[in-house]
Design a protein around this ligand. Structure first.
Ligand SMILES: Nc1ncnc2c1ncn2[C@@H]1O[C@H](COP(=O)(O)OP(=O)(O)O)[C@@H](O)[C@H]1O
Ligand SMILES: [Mg+2]
Length: 284
């Protein structure tokens, strides 16, 4: 289904080759590998979160939260509104700084790194509220994801219209939508743009925040198919979705939180039947 004849993992590999990375091993601990390859030949990442704590004033948004996601697996992060799901994403990306705890990608400690460095390390997210650059077209928004943040390689490399088109088509845009502005797009198209922009950074680990919110049944099926294809290629996922029916087939395991605290971790059915999880959804 991928445009241009290659698989999606081909797209990522090509992207990975174009990324400016610091000298091999520059900030990697002994024995850590920058890219872990899954058996399928795709690229996977191992995420390790240990004892994460984040307070906003008197509110503990993340309460001693720990999570291991093995390379190539897909975890659903569930919990009622305000449970702290988005705040965990923001800490993984370095957009919100944790008060304490560690977050590592393939053994690389992310805490000292700025967001752009974390993206280069291989982790990327979508936003619950899509955040395109309003004055830029669909193609230009994807281009921003494709461009290394290093200004010199940006100049040397220049835009890559073929890759922009490939990514746009792979998330379900039509060619004539490439020049559209975000203001002209439906919520479904804005979510597709979030996916394309995130995929453009060449991640090995993707964090998807409410990817299905506001989508039609057809759009849910399309994005879902895309996620399944990337899973088959070895992508590691952490997915937040209120639409549990859409989430279930995309994950190997579910992790439930409430008030920033992990309350269940295991197979989807087990977690959904957990008494504490049920109570959290009823607001008790
Ligand atoms: N920047 C912030 N400043 C203060 N409180 C925040 C901030 N971001 C999130 N919160 C609070 O932290 C809690 C968790 O929010 P959030 O992570 O967005 O939950 P979820 O994504 O599970 O709905 C909520 O009570 C929210 O109001
Ligand atoms: Mg949220």
């Amino acid at each position: 289904m991928a445009a241009g004849g290659g698989t999606l993992s081909d797209l990522w590999r090509r992207r990975a080759g174009a990324v400016h990375v610091p000298a091999e091993g520059a900030d990697l601990p002994d024995g850590a590998s920058r890219t872990a390859r899954s058996e399928g030949g795709g690229m996977s990442a191992h995420l390790s979160i240990r004892n994460l704590i984040k307070r906003f004033g008197g509110l503990t948004a993340t309460n001693d939260f720990s999570l291991e996601i093995t390379p190539g697996s897909s975890v659903g992060l569930i919990g009622p509104n305000g449970a702290g799901k988005t705040t965990i994403f923001s800490q993984i990306m370095g957009e919100v700084r944790q008060d304490s705890g560690q977050i590592a990608l393939d053994g690389l400690e992310l805490t000292p790194l700025a967001t752009a460095r974390r993206i280069r390390a291989g982790v990327s997210r979508t936003y619950q509220v899509p955040r395109p650059f309003a004055e830029m077209s669909v193609a230009e928004n994807i281009r921003v994801g494709l461009m290394p943040d290093n200004i010199w390689s940006m100049i040397a490399q220049g835009p890559d219209p073929d890759r922009e088109l490939e990514l746009a088509l792979s998330v379900g845009f039509t060619k004539d939508q490439l020049e559209k502005l975000p203001s002209e797009l439906s919520m479904g198209d804005l979510r597709k743009l979030e996916m394309a922009r995130t995929m453009a950074t060449g991640p090995r680990m993707m964090l998807l925040d409410e990817v299905f919110a506001g989508l039609t049944v057809g759009e849910i099926a399309m994005i879902s198919g895309l996620v399944q294809q990337m899973r088959a290629d070895g992508m590691t996922f952490l997915i937040v979705s209120h639409d549990l029916k859409a989430l279930e087939p995309l994950i190997d395991r579910a992790v439930a939180i409430n008030h920033g605290t992990l309350i269940a971790d295991g197979p989807y059915d087990e977690v959904m039947n957990d008494a504490a999880v049920r109570a959290s959804y009823l607001g008790t």
